[in-house]
Design a binder for this molecule. Sequence first.
Ligand code: AMP
Ligand code: MG
Length: 327
Amino acid sequence: MVDPELQVAVGAVVQAARLCEAVRAAQGGTGTITKADYSPVTVADFGSQALVIDALRRALPSVSIVAEEDAEALLADRPLAERVLAFVRAEASGLSLEGMLSAIGAGDGAGGRVGRFWTLDPIDGTKGFIRGDHYAVALARVDGGTVTLGVLGCPSLVRPACVTAAAPGWIFYGERCGGVWCRPLAGGVPPQAVQVSQRMSLREAVFCESVEKGHTAQGAAARICALLGVAAAPLRMDSQCKYAAVASGMADVYLRLPTQAGYEEKIWDHAAGALLVEQAGGRVTDVMGADLDFSQGRTLRMNKGVLATNGHLHAAVLGAIAAVLGE
Ligand code: AMP
Ligand code: MG
């Protein structure tokens, strides 16, 4: 790791992923959800955001952060805040309630084209988290509108395709011009380099997409795959684990086709994953072929959907998207 800020970011995401898994385990342990427990995803979302922002602010005091959550709900509900704090303290024992609320509230940055900011999704793929499937803690740094560093913690991923070891939970990290690495969240295995697949055959290609029908147009994606002669059914995963799948060669294509005309993708849903795919040798654009523009504030308002590929298949998939969307 060349950039010292990457080390801070990786440490923060490891802690946050551990908190999320602790919340899931506590929920599994009780078996039932009582009102006093709150939704586990709510507790983990706030807890993860508190840990990551607190770690960033300690290392980088004037940091600006664009994060998904705000502190409103916690300020209005002391018992919920106390419940979140109990999980947060297991990772950061010195953090007070006020410190935790202040960290969560500091994710209200505006982003934009000037200067440096960070963007965080404390739990990306909340539906996957609830189902016991994939989710990710996603953190990225953006400089002058360009993503320069990305970290994805994927607690449910078992084995990235390009590595030899299997472990429950992986973290992927990389920086612009610095390559991409992954290692088990629990440590114990040295980091391994991550690369996209070299697949050129569309027939053999593995496409991945959202589990949730509301997040991507699965029917149109199926028509695109049919037009391209793709043989396998799509791999459905929640969260930016799809970007990790493409970056590591588990999948060759991640297609996210808009389901509604006015939807603007959020920068925290894509910044870390897009950096990892590009630095692992792949290509990322929107479904029209335009570069993702992270300089527009909290959303990718200049873009429509997302296409991330191993690079080799990009042009062919863009052509099929244009044909099917133009039907
Ligand atoms: P995924 O796990 O890939 O299905 O994506 C989860 C993300 O989808 C969440 O973090 C939301 O921000 C985002 N999302 C919510 N509504 C939509 C929508 N209508 N279209 C695309 N993405 C959405
Ligand atoms: Mg998200």
